[in-house]
Design a protein around this ligand. Structure first.
Ligand SMILES: Nc1ncnc2c1ncn2[C@@H]1O[C@H](COP(=O)(O)OP(=O)(O)O)[C@@H](O)[C@H]1O
Ligand SMILES: [Mg+2]
Length: 326
């Protein structure tokens, strides 16, 4: 599987990966501790096993739905060059609130690069990305997280030595306001936030279907559960936009279909989802709208049925064997 460009220099478990252009800053998730967070799982409220209750905890801001259809993110004439290579060539499209937008295209088409311009890893060579009315270009990674964009990675990145619950709790931390001195002196506020992080973390693990794995180390989870855990951690930052980079990679058909159910559930809960996937059939089943990239150019945009019948799209995918597109 392809590595994501500059990510090969990533600091690994010390935090967020893609700080390619901002030096050794702590992380894109806000205050991610280097040491595992100390959590007391026995304190978790058993009512969190109730899906209705969990949904309430996980998505308290359901008014997001009322604005469904208005653009949440706009790619405006975005060009991204790496030396002589044009990875994105004048790409413009909107992501509307409340939709699942599929971003598809053969390997090397520019999908991950597109994500990276949206999440502050790269600043576009030309054009701009506007999120919720703000131009992203000037924001730092953690500011982008706070603005409401979260993502998962084509190659899973978890804090391997931390438990599943701790992995999600650090995502929750990205929303918290306690200063480092506050955390050191264990203020009441910090304790409340920690408590809240555990409750919400547990609720999210239930939501993605791996609640019973809460106390297992991330590295010991089966691959599919690691993918779910990454989604839970992204959701913990309470994003308006959740970006999933090939979340079904390496899944068998049953696992893929279960994952698509989860993605629908996430959208139904009020989130907007951008789904990168290069298996066309998979995308057809779950997305509301699809944007197609080929060699960095946007070659089509439309409803799944329109994309399925689009000659240019079919041509772009010819010669890509099915098992290559998993
Ligand atoms: N950091 C980078 N430096 C140089 N080239 C890159 C970098 N990131 C991506 N590319 C190149 O940009 C093109 C698009 O890559 P990518 O966005 O990963 O495609 P996809 O995700 O659709 O498979 C590829 O040719 C890739 O090699
Ligand atoms: Mg990619």
């Amino acid at each position: 599987m392809r590595e994501e460009g500059l990510d090969s220099n990533a600091p690994g478990l010390t935090g967020d990966d893609d700080e390619a252009n901002s030096g050794p800053a702590p992380s894109g998730y806000g205050q991610i501790p280097d040491e595992p967070v100390d959590v007391d799982v026995t304190a978790v409220d058993p009512s969190l096993a109730d899906p209705e209750h969990v949904a309430e905890v996980v998505a308290p801001q359901r008014e997001i739905r009322t604005a469904e259809g208005a653009p949440l993110m706009r790619m405006e004439h975005v060009t991204m060059k790496f030396g002589g290579l044009v990875a994105l060539d004048d790409v413009s499209f909107d992501i509307k609130r409340g939709e699942i937008l599929g971003l598809i295209g053969p390997n090397g088409a520019g999908k991950t690069t597109c994500f990276n311009t949206m999440t502050g890893v790269y600043r576009p060579t030309e054009g701009q990305v506007v999120f919720d009315g703000r131009v992203l270009g000037k924001l730092k990674r953690n500011e982008i997280t706070r603005a409401g964009i979260a993502r998962t990675f084509q190659n899973i990145r978890l804090f391997n030595e931390m438990t599943a619950l701790e992995n999600v709790a650090v995502g929750t931390d990205a929303r918290h306001k306690t200063s480092v001195p506050g955390a050191l002196f264990r203020t009441t506020r910090h304790r409340d936030e920690e408590r809240d992080a555990i409750d919400r973390g547990m609720a999210l693990l239930e939501f993605v279907g791996i609640g019973e794995r809460a106390t297992e180390k991330a590295k010991n989870l089966p691959y599919g559960d690691q993918r779910r855990l990454e989604i839970a951690r992204a959701l913990a930052t309470e994003p308006k936009l959740l970006c999933l980079d090939e979340p079904a990679a390496g899944f068998n058909p049953a696992e893929k279909s279960a994952l698509m159910d989860l993605i629908r559930k996430i959208r139904d809960d009020g989130y907007t989802v951008l789904l990168i996937e290069h298996d066309m059939r998979l995308v057809m089943g779950v997305t509301d709208r699809i944007v197609v990239l080929e060699f960095g150019r946007m070659i089509a945009e439309g409803l799944p049925d329109e994309i399925r019948d689009n000659e240019q799209v079919i041509a772009a995918y010819l010669g890509v064997p099915d098992d290559e597109s998993a």
